[in-house]
Ligand binder design. Structure first.
Ligand SMILES: *[C@@H]1O[C@H](CO)[C@@H](O)[C@H](O)[C@H]1NC(C)=O
Length: 206
């Protein structure tokens, strides 16, 4: 009887955790989707366009804005960034010249402010991390020491997305069908070399 009871408890716990983990993947209130489009290969890495979409119906990301972090899986470095900036450089002492913007294993990135020079802006950047429902926020990143082909690059992992007084939980990085981009005159389409996607859900107010 006792073993039957404990088996039942275990079964309940297992089904509960299964329920919460599958539950954690979708929400009726929407989500924050991060897309990582590889746009160009470099001798030692790649250039990516990273975009966060606020697909939430009611939640805005207020000032001072979103923060995004991840863990590199290959000891990549951020050689340069346009439209946003890493908050810390970390230890780049192994580089004697062309010092990267960040050598941290787990970099944190914030959006630039509206006043940055035009040469440091791209489309949909530089709103100080503020995002209304239905809007997006982009930056461009040059990852060095990253591999420069579909076979040698690695997906960054452990994404975290945070906003003032809001905590989010992000799912795994997934390799998805490459994004297609349509030129503004609609006469030409281009495609990302690879596209990775992360979905984050609002967890709780903090
Ligand atoms: C995230 O939101 C988008 C836009 O509403 C939706 O298409 C997508 O299925 C959602 N993803 C998940 C995992 O909930």
């Amino acid at each position: 009887m006792e073993s039957l009871l404990s088996a039942l408890v275990v079964l309940l716990l297992v089904s509960f955790s299964f329920f919460t983990s599958s539950e954690a993947l979708t929400s009726n209130n929407g989500n924050i989707t991060i897309k990582w489009d590889i746009m160009d290969w470099k001798p030692d890495g790649y250039v990516a366009l990273v975009t966060a979409y606020n697909y939430q119906k009611h939640l805005s990301i207020p000032s001072p804005g979103w923060k995004m972090s991840w863990r590199w899986t290959k000891r990549e470095v951020i050689r340069s960034m346009v439209g946003a900036k890493p908050t810390e450089q970390g230890d780049c002492s192994m580089f004697k010249r062309n010092i990267p913007r960040s050598c941290l294993r787990k970099p944190t990135v914030i959006d630039s402010l509206p006043g940055v020079p035009y040469t440091q802006q791209i489309a949909n950047c530089c709103r100080g991390g503020v995002m209304k429902p239905g809007s997006d926020s982009s930056f461009q990143l040059y990852a060095g020491k990253a591999g420069n082909s579909a076979k040698t690059v690695r997906l960054p992992a452990n994404f975290m997305f945070t906003a003032p007084k809001q905590q989010y939980v992000c799912g795994p990085t997934k390799n998805v069908r490459p994004t297609r981009f349509i030129s503004s005159d609609k006469r030409r389409t281009t495609s990302a070399f690879m596209t990775w996607k992360i979905v984050c859900l609002f967890n709780k107010a903090t």
